[in-house]
Design a protein around this ligand. Structure first.
Ligand code: GTP
Ligand code: MG
Length: 449
């Protein structure tokens, strides 16, 4: 018999309410034991006393007063019989409930993501929707949340399902052409199908050519601050994060390593990096200088892979003395002049800020947001984006097979290629061949989800 699984589904620690979820063939039976046989209607909230069962040393005593919700499979999140106990959120109540449930027949603690995995296995959602549940739980900014919701509601599945249908139709026509002799089929029988397959490949290519919008939104955008020593990079990081993340001092070369912090800029998740000041001369062979040199290598490395580079110029120092920071200027950079409160020695057209009196910071944030908008192609308007490298890989496999089919001469080989393309799409939604993937995907979840 399938195990009945249980877990604390709300966060650990003290809270007003703690939700314990139970799912499986014996979920209703354990409910009946805990409420002493009281009738619990499905999908109706019941306030009940929960009792220790007869087999327990504290038999007959009350564990807690809880709001109980029961669902009959398949009309539940997992597709199985499910019960939710909304208990008082104290560690003692939760502990008692969990250890008690563990003593019941065929009941065991759920693995991470196991509720969602059962939902997938019972056909309640496909893999992209299950992945979106994990993304929604991990979402830290409003745009991440929005993306996860769209995907959870089937945004990606519906596109891939539609494409799968088009392939299926193509395959049916190809197979008909194999099975019937030429004279039995109308002239140009395959033409519309080949046109549609080629259109389909264009649609997939368009979907893939998205500047990695969805993946970036999921993983976070990398914003790196570079500049000469003492330009005020660490001061800027501290102001943007409103915390004392990095050490600020008037000793040049204070920051040696890359320091990362996470930030929400207008809904975009941003990984902000402070770096060692760049300088090419006067670094010698001393241990101190070697460490600083390594810091500079890391700074440049990080800047290279960044989505946005903030080139921070010290406004109180002539530009010639700033080690050609400007040479790093490109499409991904924002030039910003700091220390606008001091007499200015730099005369270029750029945003001026002062981390000392906090001026210009709002404008800088607005500029960063604008750059991020550009990167994602004005975020919302452009339809649903794929969110994982595995989606991208399978889609490229699909286009490769379709392309080969279109180039093909032999009907049976063309049909085989279309079958391969269907398989690649099926892997994304989890319709085929994903057993080995499931552990990887669902281990991403926390327990209770
Ligand atoms: N007047 C003025 N001083 C500033 C401003 N921003 C930073 N400073 C000062 O400049 C010095 C260097 O600041 P940091 O933030 O440590 O500079 P950094 O770019 O991180 O320096 P390194 O880590 O050494 O590369 C400190 O003494 C700051 O107080 C500003 O806007 N105005
Ligand atoms: Mg610093």
């Amino acid at each position: 018999m399938i195990d009945t699984i249980f877990a604390l589904s709300s966060a650990r620690g003290r809270s007003g309410v703690a939700v314990i979820r139970v799912s499986g063939p014996q979920a209703h039976q354990s409910l009946s034991t805990l409420v002493h046989g009281k009738t619990i209607e499905a999908r109706k909230a019941h306030l009940c006393k929960l009792y220790y069962p007869q087999t327990h040393a504290m038999s007959g005593q009350v564990i807690d007063h809880a709001l109980v919700l029961s669902f009959d499979g398949p009309h539940s999140f997992t597709g199985e019989d499910c019960v939710e106990y909304h208990c008082h959120g104290s560690p003692a109540v939760v502990q008692d409930m969990l250890s008690l449930l563990a003593t019941l027949e065929n009941h065991r603690m759920a693995e991470p993501g196991e509720f969602t995995r059962r939902a997938f296995e019972n056909g309640k959602m496909d893999l992209t929707e299950a992945e979106a549940v994990a993304d929604l739980i991990h979402a830290e900014t409003s745009l991440q949340k929005q993306q996860a919701l769209i995907q959870m509601e089937g945004g990606l599945s519906s596109i891939y399902r539609m494409w799968g249908e088009r392939l299926k139709k193509g395959l049916a026509y190809l197979e008909a052409s194999i099975d019937f002799a030429d004279e039995e089929l109308p002239d140009g029988f395959l033409t519309p199908i080949l046109v549609d397959l080629s259109d389909l490949n264009r649609d997939i290519a368009h979907h893939l050519d998205d500047n990695r919008r969805g993946e970036r939104l999921r993983d976070g955008f990398s914003v790196v601050v570079i500049g000469v020593p003492n330009a005020g990079k660490s001061s800027l990081i501290n102001i943007l994060t409103q915390r004392d993340v990095a050490i600020v001092s008037d000793v040049s070369g204070t920051t040696r390593d890359v320091i990362e912090t996470h930030l929400d800029i207008a809904g975009y998740p941003v990984i902000l990096s402070d770096t060692a000041g760049l300088r090419s001369n006067d670094l010698g062979d001393s241990d101190h200088d070697k460490i600083e040199s390594e810091g500079i290598v890391r700074a440049l490395d990080r800047a290279k892979s960044a989505d946005i580079k903030i080139l921070l110029i010290d406004g109180s120092v002539p530009l010639e003395k700033q080690d050609d920071i400007i040479q790093h200027k490109d499409e991904s950079s924002l030039v910003v002049i700091n220390k606008s409160d001091l007499p200015q020695k730099v005369d270029i057209d750029a945003l001026k800020i002062s981390t000392k009196n906090q001026s210009g910071i709002e404008d800088l944030l607005a500029d960063i947001k604008m750059k991020l908008d550009d990167l994602v192609g004005s975020a919302s308007g452009e339809g649903v984006s794929l969110t994982r490298a595995r989606h991208r890989q399978n889609l490229s496999d699909a286009t490769f097979s379709i392309e080969r089919a279109l180039q093909g001469q032999q009907l049976d080989l063309m049909a085989e290629d279309i079958r391969l393309a269907m398989r690649a799409l099926g892997k994304i939604t989890g319709r085929v061949d994903v057993e080995d993937l499931l552990d990887v995907i669902f281990n991403d979840f926390c327990i209770g989800k």
